[in-house]
Design a protein around this ligand. Structure first.
Ligand code: 13P
Length: 301
């Protein structure tokens, strides 16, 4: 299947009270692990690419080529969206030109009027091209690609103004943080989430910072309108832990254990296990046949 916009999969998730996982990719192993798991579990999936990861993987065109090649060579038939994560305005344009099927424009750190103006321009472009668009209100805490955000709760009225522009999905700060949660984290603000839901109606909401949020809070967030959950750090930790164990056990020094296909295999398997655990928690497992029956492909690429 070709890349698809995230619109149909997220509307289905919202209606079916589950969430689609966005898993950030860093290289070939990451991408293959996530795609194979989605296919095995018959779950839709969103591959997230930050601007930093985009540079690391030799640019957006390289990534589009790699992902499209894998969809074909691995016979991936579940819906897959290739999505820019926390994009700048220029980054969004570059990804649209490179063939991404979904874009996040993160104007949350800009003055609100500028966020509104730039998001409006991208709504029009994405609409014409059939690309899904995520906007953000209220910075998500923590650090991502060197950009440090102060954790905050978004203003529900500002969320409504951005949602009314016609974006596909909306990320709003509700006390969530990128990376590991500190010991003294107060948890998600469900009061804020409920207020945002009330103002934004049917808009699928996005929860960033999916690493380390307790299962009961994830489930409650989904029940209150979250239809997309982003996970990055947890896959990185899964990869690091399994790779460390392999080397600490001296396996890289035994036989052909130095071969990258062997050296990277435990980390690859651990990413698969993490993605599986998240898809089960988010409730997206086995939802694809239903998606296929009711929504034909919306691909443009
Ligand atoms: P984590 O790294 O905390 O899982 O957050 C990922 C994310 O929100 C990407 O946008």
């Amino acid at each position: 299947m070709a890349l698809v916009s995230a619109k149909d999969m997220l509307n289905k998730a919202r209606d079916g009270k589950y969430a689609v996982g966005q898993f950030n990719i860093n290289n070939l192993e990451w991408t293959k692990a996530i795609l194979l798991t989605a296919q095995e579990l018959q779950s839709p999936v969103i591959l997230g690419v930050s601007e930093g990861a985009g540079k690391y993987m030799c640019g957006y065109k390289t990534i589009v080529g790699m992902v499209k090649g894998m969809l074909e060579e691995l016979n991936i038939t579940v819906p897959v969206a290739l999505h820019l994560d926390h994009g700048s305005y220029d980054g969004a344009k570059a990804c649209i030109n490179a063939g991404f099927s979904s874009i996040m424009f993160d104007g949350s750190h800009l003055p609100f009027d500028e966020n509104l103006e730039k998001t409006t321009k991208l709504v029009n472009t994405c609409e014409v091209l059939g690309i899904s668009l995520e906007a953000e209100v209220g910075a998500i805490g923590g650090e991502e690609d060197g950009v440090v955000g102060k954790g905050e709760c978004a203003d529900p009225d500002e969320c409504k103004q951005i949602a009314d522009l016609g974006v596909t999905m909306l990320a709003a700060g509700i006390g969530n943080i990128h990376g590991k949660y500190p010991e003294n984290w107060e948890g998600l603000s469900f009061e804020t989430l409920a207020a945002i839901k009330e103002k934004t109606g049917d808009m699928p909401l996005v929860l960033h910072g999916g690493t380390g949020i307790p299962a009961d809070q994830i489930k409650k967030a989904i029940s209150l309108g979250v239809a997309k959950i982003n996970v990055n750090t947890e896959c990185q930790l899964a990869f690091q832990e399994a790779t460390r164990a392999y080397i600490e056990a001296g396996k890289d020094q035994q036989g052909k254990g130095f071969d990258p296909r062997k050296l990277l295999a435990p980390g690859f398997e651990n990413i698969k296990a993490t993605v599986k655990e998240k898809m089960e928690l988010f409730g997206s497992v086995g939802t694809v046949s239903y998606t296929h029956l009711t929504h034909p492909t919306t691909s443009r690429v």
